[in-house]
Design a protein around this ligand. Structure first.
Ligand SMILES: Cc1cc2nc3c(=O)[nH]c(=O)nc-3n(C[C@H](O)[C@H](O)[C@H](O)COP(=O)(O)O)c2cc1C
Length: 355
């Protein structure tokens, strides 16, 4: 396995990154611990790979992916409309999440000695959108250099140090289709977007649907991941009760996002050529590669999707020279480790193929 070229980055370590053995997910540990013999594909290994792939990220931790077995070691990967977010009317975040799920699956598979190529094929139906069929096979080359790091990818919502990112990391993120901006250039947009969100009933309804008051819930956002203290929880309940905040209160709530944005080394904006499902699927794959790379070098990652969900997306597009932004996130060195989010079981997402 080729580890990331850390010399290139003058990599630093936050000391906060857990080893796989620390993860509360025996499937991941199992996948990494034992690479299968190359001569055969053990169904149990495929199942472990699929289970470990469920650690992929999604907005609100909605986990909008589904798998359907369509042949021996062959799985249809699709986007489930049942998990669609109200603030994602064109399925941008949902399709990127499914792309990220596939990239996670690919990297986990390679760590286990399996290849997992996908034949992309888009089909819309009543239950969602098919994205393609993955077929597991023996891996007859070295695994992807990010495969050893995918198990430690996570979102960190703490403030970061503002130290500049190493040039090697910046260049790789640019090669993956991102533009890097200074946080101060984006802070005003984040403030406006966050105010608009707290006044937006769709945003508050998504929070209501996906926030979990029980930290062991298998999906949605738990308070430990959201980093909410008792006062924050009261404020949060007030927002849910009001459904749309008055501008002055929305502004107060928005300052949290602004402070976090300023407490970052850089803001990265992911670009898309168009908004077709296959393009957004590919964007999700690039997002996961970027995120895993960032975490593997000891840096932290946290999206600020409100800037793209709200009308501020037009100003952001102007700021980046007319390109189409589909994701925006903060990067930096986090002094504090984040909580680990939970996932549904494989049985909950392994379902019969849609008609
Ligand atoms: C496309 C996408 C958009 C996201 N947008 C936000 C966001 O705006 N704010 C936020 O705090 N987290 C955002 N997240 C992070 C998810 O909430 C997080 O990945 C998920 O809860 C799982 O946690 P983990 O990444 O630590 O495994 C986003 C994730 C994805 C994939």
């Amino acid at each position: 396995m080729n580890p990331p070229d850390v010399g290139l980055y003058t990599a630093r370590s936050s000391g906060a990154r857990p080893s796989l053995a620390d993860l509360d997910d025996s499937a991941i540990a199992g996948v990494y611990a034992a690479r299968v013999p190359r001569s055969e594909i053990d169904p149990a290994t495929v199942r472990d790979v699929l289970t470990a792939a469920l650690r992929a990220p999604s907005a609100h931790n909605a986990q909008p992916w589904r798998l359907s077995e369509v042949g021996t070691n062959e799985y249809l990967v699709w986007y489930a409309a049942a998990d669609k977010l109200r603030a994602d009317p064109d399925d941008r975040d949902g399709l990127m999440a499914v792309g990220g799920f596939y990239e996670t699956l690919l990297l986990v598979a390679e760590a286990a000695g399996l290849a997992a190529p996908i034949a992309v094929g888009v089909r819309r139906h009543g239950a969602g959108i098919d994205l393609g069929v993955v077929k597991f096979a023996r891996l007859d080359r070295e695994p992807d250099r990010l495969s050893g790091s995918i198990g430690s990818r996570q979102c960190n919502r703490f403030p970061y140090a503002r130290t500049p990112l190493p040039p090697g990391l910046r260049h790789e993120l640019e090669d993956l289709g991102q533009i890097l901006l200074s946080p101060d250039r984006v802070a005003g947009l984040v403030s406006r977007a966050s105010v608009l969100s707290w006044k937006d009933r769709r945003f508050v309804a998504d929070l209501e649907e996906w926030t979990r008051f029980d930290t062991s819930a298998p999906d949605g956002m738990t308070f430990d991941c959201l980093r909410l203290n008792r006062l924050d929880v009261v404020a949060f309940r007030v927002a849910l009760a009001l459904r749309t905040l008055p501008t002055w209160l929305a502004w107060i709530y928005a300052q949290r996002d602004v402070r976090l944005t300023r407490a970052s080394s850089a803001m990265a904006v992911l670009l898309a050529d168009d908004r077709r499902p296959e393009t957004l699927f590919d964007c999700g794959r690039r997002l996961i590669r970027s995120w895993t790379l960032i975490n593997s070098l000891g840096y932290a990652w946290h999206p600020m999707s409100v800037v793209i969900d709200q009308s501020t997306v037009t100003d952001l597009a102007e700021l980046i020279g007319g390109h189409d932004p589909v994701a925006i996130y903060r990067v930096g060195a986090a002094p504090t480790a984040a909580a680990w989010s939970k996932r549904r079981s494989l049985d909950a997402v392994l379902v019969p193929a849609p008609l």
